[in-house]
Ligand binder design. Sequence first.
Ligand SMILES: [Zn+2]
Length: 284
Amino acid sequence: MYEKTQNILKMAKESNTSVISFICMDYVMARSVVYAAEATNTPAIVMLYPEHVTVQKTTGFANYATMVKELAKEVNVPIGLHADHDFSYNAVMTTIDAGFESVMIDGSMNDLDTNIELTKRVTLKARELGVCVEGEIGHVGTASISDNMNTDFYTKADAAEKFCRETGVDSLAVSIGNAHGEYANTPHLDIKRLQDIHAATDVPLVLHGGSGIPDDQLMVAFSNGINKFNLGTDFLARYYDAVTSFVADYASDSDPVKIINLPEYVQAKLQPYLEERMRTLCRF
Ligand SMILES: [Zn+2]
């Protein structure tokens, strides 16, 4: 069933665990998540990375929101819909207009005051519309250039407290040694910093850059305030592997429309991986 993301985050916070928010670029990925969630009886969030609309053109905003809500109706477990990184007020409003009730405004490339100003403008409007907002403070950079090692980017607890108080965000993405994409070296989350941020704020905290962080570190983070965990790179890599495997398996098949078997084939490969991630990491 479709559930507002905010309610799923509340459930995660109450259970002292984290929901996994999966980047899904299309129906195949989204459906795999929804059915893995159902099979494991674990709430999950299907998340759009806006560039999948604006750059890769794998979907449309309204099309995506409708798709996820329709898929969610097919199952009993709570399924949320969320839009990842938008960087401007107008971009967020486009996302909301398309049917998203959970969005992210990422002003983390700005100085703190500018970030607060931008985020507050978004939350004030979003609140009127019944939409919840994730903000970001500190900066979650790019893993391949080792941004996760740059402590200048890390979230500071006192700034996080001020940010939450002044903007009224519903959830907060933090930078504690995590980064987007594939890590050059095994990351080491700064758990002490996370504990300080958790103590200074009362909103669910969000961990971006989830691919490649060892599970034992994730479990510690989930018991110290991380209630939403974004997983993209690893999932997309599995998708690629499944397509590669399909091409190999069907190479000698002369059926001119064999491609129609691809979505079901890929989902059968992705779903066990997703179920394993949910069973291992989520404690609802
Ligand atoms: Zn992110």
